[in-house]
Design a protein around this ligand. Structure first.
Ligand SMILES: NC(=O)c1ccc[n+]([C@@H]2O[C@H](COP(=O)([O-])OP(=O)(O)OC[C@H]3O[C@@H](n4cnc5c(N)ncnc54)[C@H](OP(=O)(O)O)[C@@H]3O)[C@@H](O)[C@H]2O)c1
Length: 309
């Protein structure tokens, strides 16, 4: 596995992160198998959120399962996110909710601290001074080591940065060959003949690079949010043909090539995978050993339905 040093954040973090959104339905033994397989494949970074499963069930399962693996808490990074209150049908970045959510996450995860806390999708009513207060308390009492955000546009990050003292080291956003708007808009700049040119995120990718914020690409194999995967999907024949060509060349699977395409970007991103299938976890981790050339990257991108303007 290849590791990266997140600027002003965790060091030696694996470029592939095991997302735990799909963990709630697993038994604790199966969850332990997922954690062990990921760890043995080189993953040392696990992603959670308070909203994964009813009453934070993903965190609960993880907290029950980790002791079964023999993996020491200090040998892994545990990240959680707060702010999405689907139970109340609102997003909530109030100080009270941030502090309560972290306490609940720590309890469920059976740990004293989070390595990283991300504010999940923006609460449009957020008061940056309240967020700053909450972060100061969490840092002071040792409950959170590093802070970041998820799905935020640059101006929202700037607003937070005016008040928050701690560096925001991560922005977790959606990116895959199928959901590549983060990249498309730059290529088709100012082109009114295609919707690929629409700037949907305020140039989040360039902004994060300029500000040393590591991008974590969520759902690297998904179509949309709930559309299933494009791997082996008959609706994506050209993409699958190209992924297969490179998979055969590199002796890995198509999923590894699709993830390697993300890791090839010079922004030095991490990819957050979500499968709970141990064989698929191992396959995905092979991505870290694949070296795609400049030309390979374009060939794969274009096979996902893009073209050069
Ligand atoms: N910040 C946010 O707003 C946000 C939002 C959503 C998700 N996330 C994070 O991102 C993580 C990943 O999300 P995700 O699960 O949607 O992403 P994903 O890893 O892109 O998608 C998983 C899908 O790909 C399939 N798959 C994986 N390997 C495969 C293979 N070798 N062959 C065929 N199919 C394969 C899986 O099927 P199998 O189950 O059969 O392997 C599953 O359907 C989550 O766990 C969460 O941590 C963050």
């Amino acid at each position: 596995m290849k590791n990266i040093n997140i600027v002003k954040g965790p060091k030696n973090a694996s470029v592939i992160i095991q997302g735990c959104m799909r963990m709630p339905d697993l038994s604790k033994e199966d969850a332990a198998k997922v954690i062990s397989t990921a760890y043995e494949s080189g993953i040392n970074f696990f992603d959670h959120a308070t909203c994964y499963g009813n009453d934070g069930m993903a965190e609960t399962r993880f907290g029950e399962a980790l002791p079964l693996t023999g993996i020491k808490r200090e040998d892994i990074y545990i990240q959680s996110k707060c702010g999405l209150r689907f139970d109340r049908n609102e997003f909530d970045w109030t100080k009270e909710n941030i502090l309560t959510s972290v306490d609940e996450s720590l309890k469920r995860l059976n740990t004293d601290y989070l390595d990283t806390l991300l504010l999940h999708r923006p609460d449009v009513l957020f008061d940056p001074e309240e967020v700053a207060d909450a972060f100061n308390i969490l840092e002071k009492n040792g409950k959170v080591r590093f802070f970041g955000i998820s799905n935020l546009v640059p101006m929202q990050i700037e607003l937070l940065k005016k008040y928050v003292r701690q560096p925001l080291v991560i922005n977790q956003v959606q990116l895959s060959l199928e959901q590549s708007q983060l990249i498309d808009q730059a290529l088709y700049m100012n082109n009114k003949t295609t919707e690929f040119s629409i700037n949907r995120d305020g140039h989040a990718l360039d902004y994060c690079r300029l500000n040393d914020i590591t991008i974590q690409a969520w759902s690297p194999l998904q179509i949309g949010m709930f559309g299933g995967t494009f791997i082996d999907n008959p609706d994506y024949p050209k993409l699958n043909e190209t992924l297969k060509k490179f998979a055969d060349r590199e002796g890995v699977t198509k999923s590894a090539i699709a993830i390697a395409w993300i890791l090839r970007h010079p922004a030095k991103m991490q990819a957050v995978i979500g499968t709970m299938n141990p064989a698929h976890i191992k396959d995905a981790c092979e991505a870290a050993n694949v070296n795609l050339s400049h030309h390979d990257w374009y060939e794969i991108y274009l096979s996902a339905g893009k073209y050069l303007p």
